[in-house]
Design a protein around this ligand. Structure first.
Ligand code: FE2
Ligand code: FE2
Length: 344
């Protein structure tokens, strides 16, 4: 069999083998191309690397929670958020239905359902998917651009992914809703996209930046904001891009927002950004040790340079997951960081 035509409808069935055959038969008869995975593990990776999967149909077995978690991960990841996710549940269960929609699913089919109804609902989901494909394209271009910009700076490799991950972990810990978590995830990735305007010679300068150079760097939140403002897919991340260098005490930039005028999401990303700036080496200093990193973040919270409640939330998260979240160096020289401030 040759490669599928570009217009073919490709569906990934995820669930135990005994659930798949009936759906497989119904869909194949209507010329859908089906591919299967018996468990949720590895599905996210397949979606990222296999082109052309339009819909994911989840038929959970006993481990229902792992399926809702997979759905959340698909919907929170900018690279897969536009894939339609449909649950097929074996019986009417209002509680399960609510959990499925709470996880961000696009539809929930409860059996028994006729083949005609199943095909119609999958076709509707596919139509919605096609309508958002252009949004998906723009999101992929922008996230690739954000990663490429970061790649210019030899010292910040992986910075945006880590900021995204730390932000989501803090957000989960304090109960941010699903839409907010999705904004933190994509906002973390694109928060420094405005650095496209900063020359390499400044990004990689080993010494202290001059005042003029620092002013150039400090323009990146506004420039990032103007790059993303026309794109609807980034609407929820705009506050993060523009205000991740604002400070609750009003001493940040570019707008000098103070107190309650500074929204929650950029406050969270500011904490994550500072953690990553400290815990990784810079051209002008090695990475700061975990204990000193904690002291610096606490001091910043005391001065309301960072939101104290969010620094406390970060410490809670690190306490639980330190080995997987932060691989900090034990070397410690903070003077240069204190001189220069966090310019990330
Ligand atoms: Fe930044
Ligand atoms: Fe940053």
């Amino acid at each position: 069999m040759g490669p599928p035509a570009p217009t073919s409808r490709c569906i990934l069935l995820v669930g135990p083998a005994e659930a798949a055959p009936r759906l497989d038969t119904i869909l194949s008869a209507d010329s859908w191309r089906c591919t299967c995975s018996e468990t949720p593990s590895g599905v996210l990776r397949r979606l990222r690397f296999e082109q052309g999967i339009d819909l994911v149909v989840l038929t959970p077995d006993g481990s229902f929670d792992s399926y809702t978690e997979l759905c959340r991960e698909i919907k929170f990841d900018a690279r897969t958020a536009f894939v339609s996710v449909i649950f097929v549940l074996p019986s009417d269960n209002a509680q399960r239905r609510a959990e499925v929609y709470g996880a961000g699913a696009d539809d929930c089919i409860q059996l028994p359902a006729s083949p005609e109804e199943i095909l119609l609902r999958l076709s509707n989901a596919l139509r919605a998917k096609r309508a958002t494909d252009s949004l998906e394209d723009s999101t992929a271009v922008i996230t690739s651009l954000a990663t490429a910009i970061e790649g210019r700076d030899a010292y910040t490799h992986g910075h945006v992914e880590r900021v995204s991950m730390y932000s989501v972990e803090i957000g989960k810990h304090i109960g941010v809703d699903n839409a907010g978590l999705a904004a933190l995830k994509i906002g973390g990735i694109v928060h420094d996209i405005g650095k496209v305007s900063v020359p390499d010679s400044i990004l990689n300068k080993p010494g202290k930046l001059s005042e003029v150079e620092m002013e150039l760097v400090k323009r990146h939140p506004i420039i990032g904001y103007h790059i993303l403002q026309p794109l609807r897919a980034f609407r929820d991340a705009l506050s993060i891009v523009r205000w991740h260098h604002e400070r609750p005490n009003g001493k940040g930039y570019p707008d000098g927002l103070e107190g309650d005028r500074l929204p929650l999401l950029p406050r969270i990303v500011a904490v994550a950004d500072c953690l990553d700036a400290l815990s990784t080496p810079r051209p002008y200093r090695p990475a700061v040790s975990p204990s000193e990193c904690g002291e610096i973040l606490s001091a910043a919270a005391d001065k309301e340079d960072l939101d104290p409640s969010l620094v406390a939330a970060l410490f809670d998260v690190l306490g639980k997951r330190a080995p997987t979240l932060v691989g900090m160096s034990t070397e410690c020289t903070v003077d240069r960081w204190n001189d220069q401030g966090s310019s990330d």
